[in-house]
Structure formats: structure tokens, C-alpha cells
Design a protein around this ligand. Structure first.
Ligand SMILES: Cc1cc2nc3c(=O)[nH]c(=O)nc-3n(C[C@H](O)[C@H](O)[C@H](O)COP(=O)(O)O)c2cc1C
Ligand code: SF4
Length: 515
């Protein structure tokens, strides 16, 4: 009897040895005379269990993990091809509490299907959203997105429907849909996982956006460090085009949309939307002064949607199931679900998609299982390198936009990085300034000069030099950067610096004493 075994081709699983597992399983199956079909999927997002191998059995897909090439002979010997017991046996993965308690809407298919299997995508509801958008027409489609309450998942949390409405209202002519896949935030990987695990969802989301606003061309601006996503996306675009889901006549309608992938320039600032547009046009990634907004005058001067991967990949489910269904998830002004990414010093890192409202503590303890080192978690940074540091006293804050901004923090792209009690918060503050200095596009003085002076002042505090004066200088620099920078890089770098100073003042004093 032929057995199907799923082994992820997600970059995380590959980094942890998934290819060695494939090779070893092929060799062992041949030696044992077993008939095995190896199929490739994305990651389920339980990274501490990768490579997570799933065997199709009568009771469903039985998972084993983390599996290394060396484990394969023993697994085959003990009957894992029949789902037999083994120390690495996890059981049916969808019943695992870490997974079963999630609310996977955007990531519903990731890890379940072969990312390039169009038939599997369609069988699981794929392209139902596009068909509905074509039926509804532009105004009603934009309205649906507006009604859903979807806000941009790239960081700024701007209502997606309003952005689309602005592009729709521009005079007819060439318009563009651009997808921001630069994913530069520390500890984030949901864009990558989605593109590698369910690329058709992004293609469908971009196509719906095109149909909704009258754009016929889309570009994905992809982080250059994502070669696997590049390969999968390009292959998926080919498949979709062949099948009539991209091209001059979408689903035999009179609507056209096509897209291509462009590789990024390897700079954090190229993730800021106007820099991204500059880079897409072939220039140096530098901020454009707003107004005009990209929605009015964006790529090549035309009205342009700029949305994050997760924002766009969420649109098909909204259209397929209706705005009201999506709105039922979440709380207050944060509707729907958010794929949170747990990283740093954490035992069970991975992707947790839940409705907005889960607390930081629930995420760290129930999902993360505490720190990897076993020491108390002292701080978390949420929302990438420009996000504030939260002390343990704020861990009961719900993960939603307004609750976090209420404590001077942000949710950003949903990355949560944990640090145990050995972290030096003065060093983290200095690093934030150094990061800004390194990544600054140089266009405005508060960021270009302020970040360099800030890093110097914090280093001086670390050496115990002239502490009081340097602390005042850092505060003043933060104030200037916050209020006078042209974009979020300079404008938000004060968040990690000031939160570290506010919540962990002892680290700044200890260094001054030479501690
Ligand atoms: C310095 C900086 C870096 C950014 N990097 C990214 C990024 O890597 N990916 C992303 O989607 N948005 C990034 N953003 C946010 C974008 O400017 C923009 O708000 C977003 O792409 C809009 O899409 P959304 O509305 O779907 O979130 C960044 C913003 C700043 C200020
Ligand atoms: S804040 Fe920094 S990155 Fe942004 S425009 Fe000014 S110099 Fe460039």
C-alpha cells in the first residue's frame, strides 16, 4: 500500500534539515520495499517541532517531530508509516492544543496543502472570493473590505477599505496594486510563511484588489533574503496564469489583472511604502514626502494600493465568507485575526493566529511555554525594532491596536520577541539607535544625525560617563526624532529607547556605576 508523507519545504523547516529527512526517507523506504509518496507543504508554524513530518493514516495525518535524518531509520523500523508509537510521535496535528486553540483564517491552508496544488487550493475554498468580487463589482467589493474592519497588517494599521476607496475614486487610467513583502521587522516571518505555504491566497488577494479599484497590474516587492518565497511565488503565478486566474480575462470575465515579483534592495527602509515605490521604480530606497499619498500618486505616478502580504492574503476569506463573519472575530476597533509570531528567548516559538485580544501573557505562557533558558521573561519587544519594550507588569495587556497604543506601544506586524532576565536594557536602547543610524535613508536631520548622537550618548552612559547629562541628551534627541522625523524609522526609534529607560531605569543606573 502506498503511503503519503508530508515534509515541509518552508524555509524554517529546510534550515532545520527537512531535505536530509526527505533523502533519508526515500533511501529507507526503498530498502524496506515500502511505497512512499513524499509531498511537500508549508509549515504548520510549530517551529520548535520542525521538521514536522506528517504521515497520512486512517485516523488522519499523524505528526512526528522534530525529525532529523538520523531519526528516520528508527521511525521506519518502528512503523511510523502506519502511524505507530514512537518518542517523536505528536499525533494528529490539528488536535494538538497549540494548534487546535488557534483561529486560523488567513493561515487556514498553510501546512495543510501543497502550496502549488491549484486543485487543492480550489477544493478548500480558493478563488470563491475572486468570483464574488467579480460578481459584486468595484464599489460593493471595496465596501465589503471596509465593513470587515480589516486594518493593514504591515504596521500602520490603516483601514484597508479606506485606502482602496481612495484609489477607486481616482480618475480611470493606469492604477497599480503593490504588495509589501519586505518583512524587515525583527522576529517576524508570517509574510514568508504565507508566501511559501499558500501563495495562491496572496495572488487571489491582489487580484481582488485589482478588480476592486480598477488596477490591471500588480507587483510584489519581495525581501531579497527570501529565495524560497521567490521561487514558490513565481511558480504559483505561472500556474494561476495558465488556469485563467491571472491574465486578460479573469474567470472568463472582461476584467484583466496580472502580476510579477520584484526583489527588494536589502534595506529596512525599503519596507516603508514610499521608499518601496522608489525602489520598485529602480531608484535608491528613499522616503517620498507626503502628500501626495501613494493612493493618489504612487508607482510611476499612478494611483497605487500598497498593502502588506497578510492584509492582501486575508481579503479572499473576507470576500468568500462575508465581512460580517470576519468582523465577529476580534474586539473594539481591532477586527479579525492576527498571525502573531513568537521569537527570541522562548521555548515554543512559532506562528499563532488568533482573534485580537489575546494577552501578551497568554501568548508567552500558554503558547510560548516560557523562556527557552528557563529564566523569567523580563521584557518583550512587540512590533519589530521600532516597537516598545514591555515589562512583566504590562503582560496582561491585550494584543490589539488601541490597548497597546494606550501604553505607548504598538502591535506592528505582530512580531513578539522575548528576553529573559539576563537582558541588558541599556544595550537594547543603544542598539535601537544604532539600528536607526545604520538603516536611515539620510533624508532628514533628526534621524540621520539624531540616531548617531543617540547611540554615542547611550554608549557613554554604558561606560559610566557623565550620566545625568547624557540621559537628558537622549531624552531631547528622542523628543526631536519623534516630532520632526520625516518617516516612521526616525519617528519611532524613540519607542524602544524611551520604554527601556522608563521601565528598566535600574539598567541605566547600574552602568553609570560601572556595574
Ligand atoms: C521604516 C519602516 C519600515 C517598514 N517596513 C515594512 C515592511 O517590511 N512590510 C510592510 O508591509 N510594511 C512596512 N512598513 C509599513 C509601510 O510603510 C506601509 O504602512 C504598509 O506596507 C501598508 O500596508 P498595510 O496597510 O497593508 O499594512 C514599514 C514602515 C516603516 C516606517
Ligand atoms: S526618518 Fe530617517 S529614514 Fe525616514 S526620511 Fe528621515 S532620514 Fe530617512
Amino acid at each position: 500500500m502506498r503511503v503519503t508523507v508530508w515534509i515541509p519545504r518552508d524555509a524554517g523547516a529546510l534550515a532545520l534539515g527537512a531535505e536530509a529527512v526527505v533523502r533519508k526517507l526515500q533511501a529507507e523506504a526503498q530498502a524496506a520495499g515500502a511505497q512512499v509518496t513524499i509531498r511537500r507543504n508549508g509549515s504548520r508554524g510549530l517551529y520548535w517541532l520542525e521538521p514536522l513530518v506528517e504521515v497520512e493514516c486512517a485516523e488522519g495525518r499523524i505528526a512526528y517531530g522534530p525529525v532529523s535524518g538520523r531519526d528516520v531509520p528508527d521511525l521506519v523500523k518502528k512503523g511510523f508509516l502506519k502511524g505507530a508509537a514512537h518518542p517523536l510521535r505528536i499525533g494528529p496535528i490539528e488536535e494538538h492544543p497549540w494548534f487546535a486553540s488557534q483561529q486560523r483564517l488567513t493561515f487556514a491552508r498553510v501546512g495543510r496543502i501543497d502550496p502549488l496544488d491549484l486543485a487543492a487550493y480550489r477544493a478548500s475554498g480558493g478563488f470563491v472570493g475572486l468570483a464574488r468580487a467579480l460578481e459584486l463589482g468595484p464599489d460593493a467589493t471595496v465596501n465589503e473590505v471596509l465593513e470587515s474592519g480589516l486594518r493593514g497588517r504591515g504596521g500602520a494599521a490603516f483601514p484597508t477599505g479606506i485606502k482602496w476607496q481612495t484609489v477607486l475614486r481616482q480618475p480611470p487610467g493606469q492604477k497599480y496594486v503593490t504588495c509589501n513583502a519586505d518583512e524587515g521587522d525583527s522576529g517576524t516571518y508570517s509574510d514568508r510563511m504565507l508566501m511559501e505555504g499558500d501563495p495562491f491566497a496572496l495572488i487571489e488577494g491582489m487580484t481582488i484588489a485589482g478588480v476592486a479599484v480598477g488596477a490591471t497590474k500588480g507587483y510584489v516587492y519581495l525581501r531579497v533574503e527570501y529565495p524560497h518565497a521567490f521561487r514558490v511565488l513565481n511558480a504559483a503565478i505561472e500556474v494561476a496564469r495558465e488556469a485563467g486566474f491571472l491574465g486578460s480575462s479573469l474567470l472568463d470575465s472582461d476584467k484583466a489583472f496580472d502580476m510579477e515579483v520584484r526583489l527588494g534592495a536589502g534595506a529596512y527602509i525599503c519596507g516603508e511604502e514610499t521608499s518601496m515605490l522608489e525602489s520598485l521604480e529602480g531608484r535608491r530606497g528613499e522616503i517620498r514626502v507626503r502628500p501626495p499619498l501613494p493612493a493618489e500618486k504612487g508607482l510611476f505616478g499612478a494611483p497605487t494600493i500598497v498593502n502588506n502580504v497578510i492584509t492582501l492574503a486575508t481579503v479572499p476569506t473576507i470576500l468568500a465568507h462575508g465581512a460580517a463573519t470576519y468582523r465577529e472575530y476580534g474586539q473594539a476597533k481591532s477586527r479579525g485575526t492576527l498571525p502573531l509570531q513568537l521569537a527570541g528567548n522562548i521555548r515554543r516559538g512559532g506562528l499563532v493566529e488568533r482573534a485580537f485580544g489575546l494577552t501578551v501573557r497568554e501568548l508567552l505562557e500558554d503558547y510560548g511555554g516560557g523562556s527557552m533558558s528557563g529564566r523569567p521573561i523580563r521584557a518583550v519587544q512587540i512590533g519589530g525594532p521600532l516597537g516598545a519594550y514591555l515589562p512583566a507588569s504590562q503582560f496582561d495587556t491585550p494584543l490589539e491596536y488601541e490597548a497597546l497604543s494606550g501604553i505607548g506601544a504598538l502591535l506592528g506586524h505582530g512580531g513578539v520577541v522575548a528576553f529573559d532576565d539576563t537582558v541588558d536594557m541599556l544595550e537594547m536602547a543603544r542598539y535601537a539607535m544604532e539600528f536607526c543610524a545604520h538603516e536611515s535613508c539620510g533624508k532628514c536631520t533628526p534621524c540621520r544625525i539624531g540616531s548617531v548622537r543617540g547611540a554615542e550618548a547611550l554608549a557613554a552612559i554604558g561606560r559610566g560617563e557623565d550620566r545625568e547629562r547624557q540621559l537628558v541628551l537622549v531624552e531631547e534627541l528622542c523628543d526631536t526624532m519623534l516630532n520632526a522625523s520625516l518617516c516612521g524609522l526616525g519617528g519611532m526609534t524613540p519607542f524602544p529607547v524611551q520604554s527601556a529607560m522608563k521601565h528598566f531605569p535600574e539598567d541605566f543606573r547600574a552602568k553609570a556605576r560601572g556595574g
